[in-house]
Each structure stands twice: as structure tokens, then as C-alpha cells.
Write a protein that binds this ligand. Structure first.
Ligand code: ARG
Length: 689
């Protein structure tokens, strides 16, 4: 005979809002109807199981939901720790009831939220506890449950506020069966369920069942009792040998609960542990990290906590010293929990990328030797654009050649260099894991002024002029001190009539290197020779007859000369961007691609070589102008460390956002026609020069 604990709804009501079901329903539950519905459920359950009652308490309107009071197995009762203060006083009533009923009360060690059987369901006949977390209960309590009950605890993360407790969307049944609503869980959790339960033993309900609390079911004898069951669910449960009994619980649904919530199991069908079995260990892992900086004003604190939660982890703040003034930094010590070793590694990696340092035992970085040329050890650390230090022999060593998506290789002399995967040699020592890595993520304080100076963001329309003015000012300063400005340009620069302006900037000594592709040079030279760009006469804005051949003719002529330099030297090309580069000895790199016509003799069709050239020309750049080319801008962006200002100009806001979002905080996006932009910029730098 199964045993349940229930509580008469004498003081039931919706008096506050702690879940989406309660929203809009405060004061709307009808006491008389609720009592009738509860009696209906009680009659069905008590006909098939033994029901004990706990006395209701006034002022505790959710107390009829006894499933949330705690969790029972054998003679052990683990009291809940409610997430919301409104329900916390219920726990004392439960503690007292269980004590007097002869149970041993075991408190959770972690002190985090745990809402009892609402979030923890034993699989009948197995030593297996399905445990939910992410909305109400905290992951770290799953470790306590493992220790206390010595069963395997499978953590399932809930991601839909409407299904805030595991028992709202998951129902284990005798015989190893389960039925559940997959969208209530994150993908890894659905995966876990599917891996652990054979297809013929599980049934995935649809929205109709889920939203009518079909999963919130009480099992009594051979009966499954719930508020509602669709024909399909009924059919499946019958096939599995269960009788399906529905009884209306609509008044309780106003509070976000139904059949299962209204009863707490007093006895589990828990087989004894195998003789001589080793103690059960929880897969939940933890790690302590420290983070310091302007955590509050930059929003980094919130971001870090969100990273933990969004990666399926949980956290507790062990120490927090807030920067009391705007000029002071904050320091936080975070203890993070993840459902497995692998998930913890993933989570800590994300925090380390935001500047956190693994605090535990102040370890040196872990080094693993590459076992083949051009191949990294599996667990390699991949770099960001931010200055990075590696702890070796107790000393922090700053990496050189900082760029994103590289590995950290430790040279025999102890120096550390950002190294591309393909450049790693067998025997190189590669930094792995995340311990002993420190990143200085320099985040500017979030600026709320509309016209903050060169702050990241996307400007458009009226802001363009302001942005260009600031940029011109910056370019004058860079030129005055002999700094480097690199332009990355797409053929749109030519199509929009920006060519002559970019040429003028090069002639004026404003650009120290030019990066682009075959098309940039092809159309620039086409324009220099024929006045067209892709066959369009740029002065008149019309297509010229046979104009579609013009860029091919231009490429062909240069090919005959052997190089762009020769084409300029021989007097063939007398103006334009490439002309100015040759005349002013401004180095350029043209990276090839699959769609190139020709190509021009100068275009580098070996992309590994082209990447190397780009990187060489970007070295020491102070400012990079990205002019309407997503492909080459992304390529360049990958090589640029934090601290280099990037200006991304494109008519398409999505392109600008994509480029400015790539981690660099010194990037400014300008949504405008690149031809107009270059015109304006040329005027601005020249007037004040
Ligand atoms: N109003 C209650 C709450 O939000 C309802 C609890 C329902 N219980 C359950 N096990 N799902 O806490």
C-alpha cells in the first residue's frame, strides 16, 4: 500500500505571485470549489493508498501543495528550503509533523534552495532520483541528496518558468516508465532522459497535456490520477497497464499546481543498495573563481552570473567587495557548480574568457605537448583578443602576439606566444584547461551619453557626422605621432564612388597599409582605365555598352604587365587606390577567394600565405578602418588584439553589428554609404590638417 501526505485547502488561495500561473489570479481562487476538487482527489487517492494529513495553517495559502514540503525515503525526511520567502514558513510545520511521525530529519548541507518532491522524483523500483533545477531548486542541493539518500541523482535543468518544478513536466511510473514534456528542459537534459530511458518506456506529451498539468500525476496502485489526459496519453498509459483517472483541479491550477503537487509520497519503492557497493558519488562538480574590475558599472557582474546560469550551472557568491566609488574596483569570489566535469570545464572557460581566474590552489597552467605538427592537444585553451597571462613556475608570464582563436605555446625559454593551430609543431608545449590563465579584459565603463567618444556601438544617420569628426581627430593624432592606420576595403568602395577619396587618403599619408581582395584592385584599376566600376560609368551612373567586360580587360592588362607595380611603372595605370599605394610605397595584401576573376598577379591565392600577410601588415596598427567588406574585415578582426580601434562602415546594419560584436570594445560601427563616408572623412582630415 502506498502512503501519501496531503493537507486540506482550508486556507488555500492565490495571495501572491511566485509563478506565471498565479499572475492575474490573485484573489480569484474559489474556496468552496477548491475544497470540492480537493475532496475529489483525496477520495481517488485514499481509495488506493493510505493518506495522512498535515494540519493546514492560516496565512500559508500554498500549504496544500505538500509535495513541496520536503523529500522522503525510508525513515529520512529532508525538509525544503523555499526559493520564495512566502512559502518558507511551511517548512517548520513539515519538520514538526515528520519528527512526530518518527522520521529522521536530515537538513541539506548546501543551504541552497530545494523545493522537495516538487523537484525530486524517485523512479519506482530503482535507486534513481530525477532532480530538477534552474528555476526553484539549486543544482548544488543535488549533491546533498546523493550523499543523504545514497542513490544516483540525475540533474535535469528546467528552462520554462511555467514548468518551474520537475513534477509539472515529468512523471516517473513503476516499471521504468516515464512521461514528460521535452520543451520544459534544456537540450542536454532532454538528451539525458532519452539516453537513460528506452524509447518504448518513455512518452513525450504535447502542449495540450503539458498545459493541463497531465504530468502532475499521482500514482496510486495501478491508477494514474491527474487533472487531465489527452486521448493519446490515456491510450499510452493504458497500454502500459495503468488505469487513468482524471479529476478536475482547476482551482489549484490558478496557483500553478495540480494532483501531484497536492500530495507528498511517504514511502518510496526503493530497492536496497547492492551488497558491498561503493558509496554513490555525485557527478556535480564545483570550482571557485575570482573576478575583479569595474564589475558593477560595466555590467560584468551580471554577465558573469548569467554565464553561469545559462551554461546550466549554479553559483554562490563566497565574497563580494564592491567598489564603493566609481574609481574603485570590485572583487568577487564565485563558487560555481555544474552537473558534470565536462560542463564545469565549459562554464569555467567562459568565465575565464571574461577575466575570471580559477582561484583554487593557485595552480600553474597545465602544459601538454603537441603530438603532431599542426594539431593541438584536445583540451587546448583558445585565446581571446585580450592581454593574457599564463602562470608558469609560480610566475605570471604575458603572452605575445595576442590575437583571438590561437593556442598558447610555451617556448623552451619560458616565454609564451599566441600560435595558430597550423603553426604548432610536434613537441611544442601547449597550455590546456583553464587553470593558471589570467586575462585582463579591459572594459570601458558603459557610456550613457548619446555622443560618447568613439565608444562601441552603431551610429547611424545624424550620428555619422559626429563619428567622422571624432575619427578624423583620432587619425590626425595617429599620423602626427607616426602611428599606423590600416584600411580593409571591399569593392563597394569603388562602386559607391569612394575610390578617389580613399586614393586621396593614401596620397596624404593617412593609410599605412591596405588590405583587400582581388575585386578591390580589379575595380579600382577598371575605374582608373575606363571610368567604370563593374561596367557602370561612375560619373554618369549608367551602364556602358560592353562594360561588363571592363574589369576583365583591366585584369588582363595587368596580367600582361606581370604586376600592379609594373602596370603603374609602365604608365598604364595613372590614378586610383592601387596607383597611390605603389607611388607612396604603401604595402597592400590582396587575399584571393573562390569567386575571383583573373586573378590579378598580385592576388595571393594561397590563403595561408594571405593570412600571414594580413597579420604582418596589421602588426602594430593603432586604427583599422573596415570599409564595406565583411569577409576581409572578419579575417582582419581575427588577428587584432584588444586596444586597437576598429571603425566598421557598412550600409547594412547587420554587417556592422556582426563586426563590432566580435569582442573588441574599441570598435565603432557606422551605418552609412561607404562612398559618402570616405568623402566626408577626406574633407574632415584635410580641412584640419
Ligand atoms: N503556488 C505554488 C508555488 O508556486 C504552487 C506549488 C505547486 N507545487 C508543485 N509541486 N508543482 O510554489
Amino acid at each position: 500500500m502506498m502512503r501519501y501526505l496531503m493537507c486540506r485547502p482550508d486556507f488555500f488561495g492565490v495571495e501572491y505571485v511566485i509563478n506565471p500561473w498565479m499572475d492575474g489570479n490573485v484573489g480569484r481562487a474559489r474556496a468552496e470549489e477548491a475544497r470540492r476538487q480537493w475532496e475529489g482527489l483525496h477520495a481517488l487517492v485514499s481509495a488506493r493508498a493510505e493518506v495522512s494529513l498535515i494540519a493546514p495553517a492560516s496565512g500559508l495559502p500554498d500549504m496544500p501543495f505538500t509535495a513541496n514540503g520536503g523529500l522522503v525515503a525510508g525513515d529520512i525526511f529532508v525538509p525544503s528550503r523555499f526559493f520564495y520567502a512566502q512559502r518558507e514558513p511551511e517548512v517548520d510545520h513539515h519538520r514538526a509533523w515528520f519528527r512526530s511521525a518518527g522520521f529522521r530529519v536530515e537538513e541539506l548541507r548546501s543551504g541552497a534552495a530545494f523545493e522537495g518532491e516538487g523537484d525530486a522524483l524517485f523512479q519506482p523500483g530503482q535507486r534513481l532520483l530525477w532532480a530538477g533545477y534552474g528555476v526553484r531548486s539549486a543544482l548544488e542541493t543535488h549533491r546533498d541528496l546523493t550523499d543523504i539518500f545514497q542513490v544516483e541523482v540525475v540533474s535535469l535543468r528546467l528552462v520554462d518558468q511555467r514548468f518551474y518544478h520537475l513534477d509539472t513536466c515529468f512523471a516517473p511510473l513503476p516499471g521504468g516508465k516515464v512521461f514528460y514534456f521535452p520543451p520544459a528542459f534544456d537540450d542536454p537534459s532532454v538528451e539525458t532522459i532519452r539516453n537513460r530511458v528506452a524509447p518504448e518506456d518513455r512518452y513525450e506529451v504535447g502542449e495540450e497535456d503539458a498545459l493541463n498539468f497531465a504530468c502532475n500525476a499521482v500514482v496510486a496502485g495501478d491508477a494514474v490520477i491527474m487533472n487531465y489526459a489527452s486521448a493519446a496519453l490515456r491510450e499510452r498509459l493504458n497500454r502500459w497497464g495503468f488505469e487513468v483517472l482524471t479529476t478536475p483541479l482547476t482551482e489549484f491550477m490558478l496557483a500553478g499546481g495540480a494532483a501531484k503537487c497536492l500530495s507528498l509520497k511517504l514511502e518510496q519503492d526503493l530497492p536496497p543498495p547492492a551488497a558491498g557497493a561503493p558509496p554513490v558519488q555525485s557527478p556535480v562538480r564545483e570550482c571557485t573563481l575570482e573576478l575583479s574590475g569595474h564589475l558593477l558599472s560595466t555590467g560584468l557582474m551580471n554577465e558573469a552570473l548569467d554565464v553561469v546560469t545559462d551554461s546550466g550551472g549554479s553559483f554562490s557568491i563566497e565574497k563580494f567587495e564592491p567598489g564603493a566609488r566609481r574609481d574603485m574596483v570590485s572583487v568577487v569570489r564565485l563558487r560555481v557548480f555544474a552537473p558534470s566535469e565536462a560542463r564545469l570545464a565549459d562554464l569555467t572557460r567562459r568565465l575565464v574568457d571574461r577575466g575570471a581566474v580559477v582561484a583554487e590552489d593557485e595552480r600553474d597552467a597545465e602544459l601538454v605537448e603537441a603530438d603532431a605538427d599542426g594539431v593541438l592537444p584536445e583540451d587546448f585553451y583558445s585565446t581571446t583578443i585580450y592581454p593574457t597571462e599564463v602562470r608558469l613556475g609560480g610566475r605570471w608570464v604575458e603572452a605575445t602576439g595576442q590575437r583571438m582563436d590561437a593556442a598558447l605555446v610555451v617556448a623552451p625559454d619560458g616565454s609564451v606566444r599566441c600560435t595558430l593551430m597550423r603553426d604548432v609543431r610536434r613537441g611544442d608545449r601547449v597550455v590546456c584547461g583553464v587553470a593558471g590563465i589570467r586575462i585582463r579584459a579591459r572594459r570601458p565603463r558603459v557610456s550613457h551619453d548619446d555622443f560618447g567618444f568613439m565608444v562601441s556601438g552603431v551610429s547611424s544617420e545624424r550620428r555619422v557626422e559626429v563619428a567622422v569628426e571624432q575619427l578624423a581627430w583620432e587619425m590626425r593624432r595617429i599620423r602626427a605621432r607616426g602611428g599606423r592606420i590600416v584600411a580593409v576595403a571591399g569593392p563597394v568602395v569603388i562602386h559607391t564612388g569612394g575610390g578617389p577619396y580613399l586614393a586621396r587618403l593614401i596620397r596624404g599619408g593617412w593609410i599605412q597599409a591596405l588590405l583587400g581582395g582581388n575585386a578591390l584592385a580589379a575595380h579600382d584599376i577598371e575605374h582608373a582605365l575606363y571610368g567604370t566600376s563593374l561596367g557602370v560609368d561612375l560619373r554618369r551612373g549608367e551602364s556602358v555598352a560592353e562594360g561588363h567586360r571592363n574589369h576583365l580587360k583591366a585584369i588582363n592588362l595587368v596580367r600582361r604587365c606581370g604586376s600592379i607595380a609594373n602596370a603603374v611603372g609602365s604608365g598604364l595605370v595613372t590614378q586610383g587606390i592601387m596607383y597611390e599605394c605603389i607611388k607612396r610605397s604603401v604595402p597592400f595584401a590582396l587575399a584571393g577567394s573562390i569567386r575571383d576573376d583573373g586573378p590579378l598577379p598580385d592576388t595571393i591565392m594561397d590563403l595561408v600565405v594571405a593570412q600571414r600577410e594580413y597579420a604582418r601588415l596589421l602588426e602594430g596598427a593603432d586604427l583599422v578602418l573596415m570599409l564595406s567588406t565583411m569577409l576581409h574585415s572578419v579575417g582582419a578582426g581575427n588577428m587584432i588584439p584588444a586596444g586597437v580601434k576598429m571603425i566598421c562602415v557598412d550600409i547594412n546594419p547587420a554587417t556592422v553589428t556582426k563586426l563590432t560584436d566580435r569582442g573588441s570594445l574599441e570598435s565603432t560601427g557606422i551605418v552609412t554609404d561607404v562612398g559618402l563616408f570616405l568623402h566626408l572623412l577626406t574633407q574632415r582630415v584635410e580641412t584640419a590638417a
